[in-house]
Design a protein around this ligand. Structure first.
Ligand SMILES: C[S@@+](CC[C@H](N)C(=O)[O-])C[C@H]1O[C@@H](n2cnc3c(N)ncnc32)[C@H](O)[C@@H]1O
Length: 263
C-alpha cells in the first residue's frame, strides 16, 4: 500500500461528513432543547461558527430555524451550498474566519454554536477573545452561545487515540486520530488524522492530515471567559449532548459543552 497522501481533511468534505453526520440529529435536538430551556429571546435565528459541510445548518433550517454560517474552507462551503440547494433549503452562508468574522446584513442571532472542538482551531488567546467578542456583537441580549471543547489532560505524557468508522452510499471511511500532549509554552497540541476510504467501486484511498490545535483545561476556559467578560455560564454538559445530564465545569469530563448567556 502506498504512503497516505498528505491533504487537509477539510478539502474532502464528503469524507468529513460521512464521519460526523452520524451525530447531527442528536446535536440539533440538543441545541433546540438548550434554546427552549435557557433562551431569553423568542426568535429562531441561529449562527454556526465554522459550519463545515453544513450538516447542522441543513438540519436546523429544516426545523424552521433561520440558519446562517461561515467557514474558512471553500471546499466545505461548496459542499454545504450544494447540500442545501439539493434539499431546496435556504440559509445564509459565507466565507469567513472565526477570529474576525463579519455578519452580512447586520443580522442578529438568538443562538450561536460551535461544537466538536472547532473553537480549538483558534491558536492564540487573542484570536479566541476576538471570536468571543464577535459572537457577543451579533447575539441579541440574552442570546446563547453553545461551545463544545474537548479538554486536555495536562498531566498526560502519551498521545491519545480515537477511531471512527462510518459508511454512506457504499463508501466506508475509517478515521484514526492521534493527539500528542501540548507544548508547554504555546499550549498547541499536534494532531494527526489518517483516513482510509473504501470507495463504492472497491478502490482504497488513504490520506493524512497533520495540524495543531490549542489545548484547554477547564481553568483555561474559565480564564478566557473572565477576560472576555461578555458571557455568564448557564450550564455545562458533555459531548453526549443530553439535555438532562449536566456536568460540573471542571476537568472531571474530557469533553465540555458550555451553555453561555450573553450578559
Ligand atoms: C471539525 S470541523 C466542524 C464543522 C461543523 N461545525 C460541524 O460541526 O460539522 C471544523 C471546521 O472549522 C473550519 N475552520 C478551521 N479554522 C477556522 C477558522 N479560523 N475560521 C473559520 N473556520 C475554520 C474548517 O474548515 C472546518 O470546516
Amino acid at each position: 500500500m502506498p504512503a497516505p497522501v498528505r491533504r487537509d481533511w477539510y478539502d474532502t468534505p464528503l469524507f468529513y461528513d460521512i464521519i460526523f453526520d452520524a451525530d447531527t440529529v442528536k446535536e440539533a435536538d440538543f441545541l433546540e432543547a438548550v434554546a427552549r430551556l435557557h433562551g431569553k429571546t423568542r426568535g429562531k435565528a441561529v449562527l454556526e461558527l465554522a459550519c463545515g459541510s453544513g450538516r447542522l445548518i441543513k438540519e436546523l433550517a429544516s426545523r424552521h430555524w433561520e440558519a446562517a454560517g461561515f467557514d474558512l474552507n471553500p471546499e466545505m462551503l461548496a459542499f454545504a451550498r450544494q447540500r442545501l440547494a439539493a434539499s431546496g433549503i435556504e440559509a445564509l452562508l459565507w466565507q469567513d474566519r472565526m477570529e474576525s468574522f463579519r455578519v452580512p446584513r447586520r443580522r442578529r442571532f438568538d443562538l450561536v454554536h460551535c461544537l466538536v472542538s472547532t473553537f480549538k482551531y483558534l491558536l492564540t488567546e487573542e484570536d479566541a477573545l476576538g471570536c468571543l467578542q464577535g459572537v457577543a456583537a451579533v447575539l441579541k441580549p440574552g442570546g446563547l452561545l453553545v461551545l463544545g471543547v474537548h479538554l486536555t489532560d495536562a498531566s498526560a505524557a502519551r498521545p491519545t487515540h480515537e477511531r471512527w468508522v462510518a459508511r454512506r452510499d457504499g463508501i466506508e471511511v475509517v478515521c484514526n486520530t492521534r493527539t500528542w500532549p501540548p507544548h508547554s509554552g504555546t499550549r498547541l497540541e499536534p494532531m494527526r488524522s489518517r483516513l482510509r476510504v473504501t470507495l463504492a467501486d472497491g478502490r482504497i484511498e488513504e490520506q493524512e492530515t497533520q495540524w495543531e490545535v490549542r489545548s484547554y483545561t477547564a481553568a483555561h476556559l474559565r480564564s478566557l471567559l473572565r477576560k472576555s467578560g461578555e458571557f455568564e455560564v448557564l450550564a455545562c454538559h458533555d459531548f453526549r449532548h443530553e439535555i438532562g445530564e449536566t456536568r460540573r465545569f471542571n476537568d472531571e469530563y474530557s469533553d465540555l459543552v458550555l451553555i453561555l448567556g450573553r450578559r
